[in-house]
Design a protein around this ligand. Sequence first.
Ligand code: URP
Ligand code: ZN
Ligand code: ZN
Length: 469
Amino acid sequence: MTLLDTVITGGTVVTASDVSRADIGIRDGKVVLIGSELPAAKEEIDATGLYVLPGGIDSHVHIAQPGEPGVVMADDFESATRSAVCGGHTTVLPFCLQAKGQSLHDAVRWYHGLAEGNCFTDVSFHLILTDPTPQVLGQELPGLVADGYTSIKVFMTYEGMKLSDREILETLEGAKSSGALCMVHAENDDIIEYLRDRAADRGDTAPKFHATTRPVTAEREATHRAISLAEVIDVPIVIVHVSNRDAMEEIQAGRRRGSKVFGETCPQYLVLTRDDLDLEGFDGAKYVCSPPPRDTASQAACWDGLRTGVFDLYSSDHCPYRFEDRQGKKRPAGLKSFRWVPNGIPGVETSLPILFSEGVSKGRIDITRFVALTSTNHAKLYGLYPRKGTIAVGSDADITLWDPSRQEVLRQDILHHGADYTPYEGLEVTGWPVRTILRGKTVMRDGELLVDKGIGRHQKRAVHGERLE
Ligand code: URP
Ligand code: ZN
Ligand code: ZN
């Protein structure tokens, strides 16, 4: 047998189903042996005392996404994927936003141009549909799905992005016939616009009013409606960034009726609350994201959902804007009213430590569930499994070595993103990614990048429900 390239020894290997003491043999970027007393390798990595985990997959990140005029996202593909790999991820799924009137192919080409040669993780795009014309749904989407772009996102809110119910039905129909899996941002836009207008009448402009004008009711109603629309077409959907129990109950009710509904939650709904938007001066803008963080009862509900399976996915919804920046949170219009503050917060580097520390270290979820929620389920749902999302013979050697006892304090100055703050400043965590290996190559060790950008590759995906060989 040819020499192994790398052997990882002495660690505890975890998958979504098992925990075992085993060594891992890697050749040509793939896992080729799992066992004990493996043959010699050119490189030996001692993982004694560490968990050997499938590399994290974050299937909900926004990178270099154009927004309102004058607003610029804090991360390009280099900084976002640098941050992701330092946080223990080996693959991210950003969004490719179709502008109104734009062809999907043009949008895809543009994002590839931004990503190519710049990534530290593997990358695969979801398509955001803002203009689902017959041409887009009937011609472009089937071709792109066949090329491995097998998921789309639709919005029920945000001016310029939201679709009507009719458009969502037509999009779901297109998704069904092409095989694309549809993610839905579920908030009732009319409720939000009405409440914002009333807030404006009262002169309520501070960041905290972002939370009160996007209530649970708006999320619950839209979640119910999205699931109902999917039932009409009889197609699976993913409800993303779920923040509270009412919306979770809609997912459960849909499943009881036989619908195939998947659920995702994010760190901001586990460790932040609306009180974070109510800080001195303008500081609450650092926490403006949608849906907004809720209350401690909602946090507890989301933990229940992660434990019991209401949620299949845990993602960051990384959507970073700089705070001290006229093109970010402090854009002139945003300083006048919360309504114009860019929505979104950074989180791709901190999401895994938060879930591990608050979840595994504190006994809320076990380590196999952690792996399912942060890697395996993303790969299975979005068509990357079993190339990604597990540690098995034949899989890509995407591996994160995790020190379960290392203590850190989340602080802006240890992070690698392009934002100038973290919403989790000061949060103490136990458990930390100490080495990230992408297709057999160590990309990050102890917070240091060991390879040049450009190692990350685009990943074609299978359609939902099919395996990628
Ligand atoms: O506030 C958020 N979440 N911004 C990102 C866009 C989205 O809705 O996912
Ligand atoms: Zn969204
Ligand atoms: Zn998002």
